[in-house]
Design a protein. Structure first.
Length: 318
């Protein structure tokens, strides 16, 4: 059987690395990964290629001959940068995706998987569907740049899918967590930051930014990887957008309590309203993914927290 050549852009990142380590175990795939400034993956079965995804020559060189591109490369960070330096999520991401999609078209790549996100959704008391985005309603101001950039890139996916021959899957995922996440306090999201604060805690207290009332839809990374593999095999249309989340939400306050409980530590919680926070409630309706592809998450939040804490203990000295 001839293997499919899979290019994972951003293979050293959180999502890209988890996908690479999963696909490389399957006989039908020959796995390639891109990296730039980070240390390449130390796995002889993954062919790592140093690539500047903002350079057209580099992109064309790495895309040529591929059957499937999983575009997991992006400039990402936590709430601090989203509020203080929102421009870092706009320019680089627009440029690299433009070049990747054009190259995929010119080199007749069969499939592209693009990781969008749920930033375009307004805060909602009920789960949001893929068609619930309303351009006439304002974004949360903190998400204006990154939200519109994601929507622009999604439309670019649809544009190239109409030109053919490439089939596109756009994934609007919720907050992903698990092994290889960012756990440094400057760049991590709420889950990774809380794991770090709890596991490194020495004084018996933890500071939560804001009031802790905001709610997030959290999905363990193996469920996201499973969705990618399912979409590759089951999607029939040339272009689809899917919500991919757990289908429920948890408040930051309750999340912190759960992580402390699973850590086995005795830590009290204090709230700092002077720190930056984005007060929203987002929960994704995942009915379309269930009905169209037969996909559903398998890992509960409590199980995911336990798995992540174990991985953190095995990989970090605190």
């Amino acid at each position: 059987m001839e293997k499919k050549k899979v290019l994972i852009c951003g293979a050293t990142g959180f999502i890209g690395r988890n996908i690479a380590e999963s696909l490389v175990q399957k006989e039908e795939f020959e796995v390639y990964g891109t990296y730039l400034k980070s240390v390449p993956l130390d796995n002889p079965k993954i062919k790592m290629i140093r690539t500047d995804l903002s350079n057209k020559k580099d992109v064309d060189k790495v895309v040529k001959g591929m059957d499937l591109i999983i575009q997991a490369a992006a400039t990402t960070s936590g709430v601090k940068d989203i509020i203080s330096k929102p421009y870092i999520h706009v320019t680089d991401n627009a440029v690299m995706n433009s070049l990747i999609f054009r190259s995929a078209y010119e080199h007749k790549v069969s499939r592209v998987i693009f990781f969008s996100c749920s930033l375009m959704y307004q805060s909602s008391p009920t789960p949001v569907k893929e068609n619930d985005f309303d351009a006439n309603k304002p974004f949360n101001p903190s998400y204006f740049g990154s939200g519109w950039t994601k929507l622009y890139i999604e439309k670019m996916c649809e544009f190239y899918s109409r030109l053919g021959p490439t089939k596109y899957t756009v994934i609007r995922h919720s907050n992903i967590y698990g092994p290889y996440d960012k756990f440094d306090l400057e760049k991590s999201h709420v889950f990774g930051a809380t794991i770090t604060k709890v596991m490194a805690n020495k004084d018996g207290k933890i500071i939560v930014w804001g009031s802790g009332e905001e709610e997030r839809d959290l999905l363990y990374v193996s469920d996201l990887v499973n969705f990618v593999e399912t979409a590759v095999n089951e999607q029939e249309a040339d272009f689809e957008i899917f919500n991919v989340g757990c289908g429920g939400s948890v408040s930051v306050a309750d999340l912190v309590k759960k992580i402390i409980s699973h850590s086995g530590k005795d830590i009290r919680i204090e709230y700092d309203s002077s720190k930056p926070t984005i007060k929203t409630k987002i929960c994704l309706d995942i009915t379309k993914a269930k009905n169209s592809l037969g996909w559903a998450p398998k890992v509960s939040l409590d199980e995911g927290i336990e798995k992540t804490i174990k991985w953190h203990k095995d990989n970090f000295k605190v």
